[in-house]
Design a protein around this ligand. Structure first.
Ligand code: TEU
Length: 548
């Protein structure tokens, strides 16, 4: 199967399945659920970091890249996972945290201890801190009293940035890839790669994204890590990447990744001033057809391989809560969002639980959060700057905070939703919605889960058109989104209504409705109901009047 056909299932391991009933998901739990994952129809399982960690930033603060966090299991469990996955023709994708290590990583401990150590140069130091801000808030420089120096951290202070200007540090990072490749891993998510190089400007300002030396450093790393691994793929996580940069960095002289995540939607609904620490209730569904997305979808030079789409991930809240409807149109909105995602050119990622329409759990107080980004925002926006009251911050985080997507998977309606045998979970449980569990939805042919399965099968069945066809996306009047895919004399037309309103669209001739977010098989007759989205197949010879 070609890369562009692949579907990735993303797991946040601490919340997927807790086999030993200690309140935390684990690798054994994932092994137990491999048949479920296979049955969904996906090809690759992406695991958020599984390495030894203090879990200050959900495992993105790595203590040791070569061992499994005790809470998740052992290296033996991991080997078994790879073996059992391969038996089912599933691949594993690991999350490689390149930009920083934990401040308790042995490299950093050595660096603190011995100024002549090689490791001292693995990190970035200064005597005179600039005003640089960390992405999680506060200064990006942390003082070390016994050294009378500051170290640089773009994220939490427990995540110390690697000095990518040092070839030895790049070499050390490359060895991580060797280790996991040897164990059978062929897919790698390269975390936060747009940040590895930094321009510390003379005027004290800092540019930490797509900085001048980024390509040079990453290409050196890729050569060291992948030169002898032609069957490995690396997906770059670089938020803020646009069509022009995808063209530049996924091909040719400046290539730094096989594929890039498509971030065109992830800010929709965020606050204007404080991003995901706020909420903009006036966001507009037509934002899904924003200029950035259209430029990606409608540029034929951007290949399907080079784009990887998602609705939700571990850095966002649940898509249905944010953009869809949690009540009457729960199913239809979940299905519409799924169809809209799958209409996009490229690889597709399904975040665990999305396939059963999981919603934000709802947070009622500050102490229910577990995410460092949430902690920092309370400290900065509530305690220090008093920009928001504590209640306001809790509301905003209940909509956009990252913890919304990090709570346990809902397998059935037994205790703790079947996540474990009843032990207190590390983070709160989701809302108790009887229909929102795997067991319930497996029984219902019109469930969100069965919709995802149909969608995946259909995409393969029509792959000539769906994956290889010429893609065109546009916003129609009334905010309906239209995507057409043309291949020879065949055409697929996706009409997406991700609004809660009825929409009128002039009738057109079509051959067949392949899939609809409504399950009543009603014929299309000029009206799209709330969250009604449909894939039509059209034989071009019967040219209708689809608005192109
Ligand atoms: O996220 C990266 C990330 O959030 C930034 O790249 C992004 O550029 C920024 O928010 C833009 O303002 C990854 C992981 O997905 C995330 O979970 C981690 O917290 C983060 O890296 C640090 O490792």
């Amino acid at each position: 199967m070609r890369l562009k056909e692949k579907i990735i299932y993303q797991i946040f391991p601490r919340s997927f399945m807790d086999a030993n009933n200690d309140g935390n998901g684990d690798l054994k739990g994932i092994i137990e659920k491999l048949d479920y994952i296979k049955d969904l129809g996906v090809d690759v399982i992406w695991l958020c970091p599984i390495y030894e960690t203090e879990f200050k930033d959900a495992g993105y603060d790595v203590l040791d890249y070569f061992s499994i966090w005790k809470v998740f299991g052992t290296l033996e469990d991991f080997k078994k996972l790879v073996k059992e996955a391969k038996k089912r023709n599933l691949e594993i994708m690991l999350d490689i945290v390149l930009n920083h290590t934990s401040n308790k990583h042995q490299w950093f401990l050595k660096a603190l201890e011995d100024k002549n150590s090689e490791e001292r140069n693995y990190y970035i130091w200064t005597d005179k801190p600039t005003k640089a801000e960390s992405i999680f808030g506060g200064s990006a420089w942390e003082y070390v009293p016994h050294l009378k120096k500051y170290y640089f951290h773009l994220f939490a202070k427990e995540q110390v940035d690697i000095n990518w200007a040092n070839p030895k540090a790049r070499e050390a990072m490359a060895r991580i890839i060797d280790f996991w490749y040897e164990l059978g891993v062929k897919y790698f998510r390269l975390d936060a790669i747009q940040h590895v190089a930094k321009d510390f400007n003379i005027d004290g300002t800092l540019n930490h994204s797509f900085a001048k030396k980024m390509v040079e450093y990453l290409q050196d790393f890729l050569r060291l890590a992948f030169a002898d691994k032609s069957d490995a793929y690396f997906i770059g996580e670089a938020s803020g990447i646009d069509a022009a940069k995808i063209l530049k960095y996924a091909n040719g002289k400046e290539k730094i990744a096989t594929s890039f995540y498509n971030f065109s939607w992830w800010w929709i609904g965020w606050g204007k001033k404080t991003g995901r620490n706020g909420y903009d209730s006036l966001w507009n569904p037509k934002d899904f057809a924003n200029e950035g997305q259209l430029k990606i979808q409608n540029n034929d030079k951007i290949t399907s391989e080079s784009i990887t789409n998602f609705l939700t991930n571990h850095d966002t809240s649940r898509a249905i809560s944010r953009w869809g409807d949690e009540n009457f149109f729960w199913k239809e909105s979940a299905k519409s969002l799924a169809l809209m995602q799958f209409a996009m050119k490229g690889l597709q990622v399904i975040y665990f639980g999305e396939e059963i329409g999981m919603l934000n759990p709802g947070f009622s107080s500050r102490k229910e959060f577990r995410d460092v980004d949430a902690f920092n925002s309370y400290e900065i926006f509530v305690d220090k700057e008093k920009k928001y009251t504590e209640d306001e911050m809790t509301k905003y985080h209940s909509i956009n905070g990252r913890d919304n997507s990090r709570f346990p998977m809902q397998w059935n309606n037994e205790s703790n939703f079947g996540f474990n045998k009843g032990a207190q979970t590390w983070i709160k449980l989701g809302k108790n919605i009887p229909d929102c569990s795997v067991a319930q939805q497996e029984k219902d042919s019109h469930s969100i889960l069965n919709f995802y399965k149909k969608l995946i099968k259909l995409r393969y069945k029509y792959k000539n058109i769906w994956i290889d066809g010429k893609n065109k996306m546009k916003l129609l009047d009334n905010d309906l989104i239209q995507v057409t895919k043309n291949y020879k004399d065949k055409k697929l037309v996706f009409i997406i209504n991700v609004t809660k309103h009825e929409k009128y669209l002039k009738s057109f001739k079509y051959d067949e409705i392949l899939l609809s977010s409504y399950s009543d098989n009603k014929k299309f007759n000029s009206i799209f109901r709330p969250y009604e989205s449909i894939v039509f197949s059209i034989n071009n010879k019967k040219e209708g009047n689809v608005n192109e």
